[in-house]
Design a protein around this ligand. Sequence first.
Ligand SMILES: Nc1ncnc2c1ncn2[C@@H]1O[C@H](COP(=O)(O)OP(=O)(O)OP(=O)(O)O)[C@@H](O)[C@H]1O
Ligand SMILES: [Mg+2]
Length: 362
Amino acid sequence: MAEPPVPPGGIVGILGGGQLGRMLALAAAELGLACHVYCPDPKSPAFAVSAARTIAAYDDEASLAAFADAVDVVTFEFENVPVQTVRRLAERVAVAPGPHSLEVAQDRLSEKQLLSDLGIAVPAYAPVAARSDIYSALARTGRPAILKTRRLGYDGKGQAAIGHGDDPHGAWRAIGEVPAILEAHVPFEREISALVARARDGTVSAFDVAENRHVSGILATTTVPAAVSDEIAAQALAIAGRIAEALGHVGVLAVEMFVVGARGTPRLLVNEIAPRVHNSAHWTGDAAATSQFEQHIRAVAGWPLGDPARLADVVMTNLIGDDVARWREIAAEPGARLHLYGKSEVHPGRKMGHVNRLSPRG
Ligand SMILES: Nc1ncnc2c1ncn2[C@@H]1O[C@H](COP(=O)(O)OP(=O)(O)OP(=O)(O)O)[C@@H](O)[C@H]1O
Ligand SMILES: [Mg+2]
């Protein structure tokens, strides 16, 4: 028998206390659900908007057990929560997405293997387990290539380029001599992402495809609609749906893709997946009938999914580091919807907030 949904008044546990957890907690509150955030960092932005908090390490067995007993369902807001933590919790309480989604997305190699098994195109790649693997890997990918750590990369961290004149061993040292994969550098026409939600009963719902521009490896802007054909957009959403299905995923899933060969026949190559709410869908917070945060909460709580319809054209701009100093100007701008994450310390490259600028559709 299917588990009953978490009713209003229920408690959603969130592992991770960053801005994604904060926005999930705000969305949950709107549905009459409360959030309990579990995060080791006492300065986590999500704590300010959550009904309850646990400040403890992810391997603190006693704290995890108490957390599991205090909530009705557990989800996570970033993919570097140890899989073991999620497995432990799953012994005591419902967890969504499940540990399998997390395990695959944490490791760039298993991610690429899953995609390849599903017949989904990815950039040419090869594993690099040791320094001595680099030349054979380069023979597979050609140059330029990008060496990426298998684990723990984000915002372009843990990556090193290998250009035509570069010493590959320099890249190996630069990423810290840890298990990695080498990828062909893709001369993409544009980057897009597809965000789908999958409910407990297997229903899949998709938001419109978004177009992303990165600066120094960090997402700078997302524009919706993306400048791609209906056919490419449909392909992107179908790919994301197939991945969600294959993982038995429950919740929101983001898939980052490269559009290549746009002048001839455009094709999609999948870059990576994220088993969680995603920066490239922050536009949904102001320009869709249901936000990605609400959609994720609905899915993990076993509710029917909301309407993903897009209500406006939108450009989302991240406020990174000192960009946030312009908050007053942005707050006064007609049509601009400002979101700040309540982080007290500004660091270069740190995501401090975002702004959605809306215009009528079409
Ligand atoms: N094989 C590639 N070819 C061309 N560009 C790439 C490739 N891999 C990564 N990039 C560029 O670097 C960006 C960040 O890479 P990637 O998504 O792998 O890393 P990440 O650190 O997980 O990023 P994020 O946390 O922002 O998702 C990509 O969005 C893309 O712009
Ligand atoms: Mg990425």
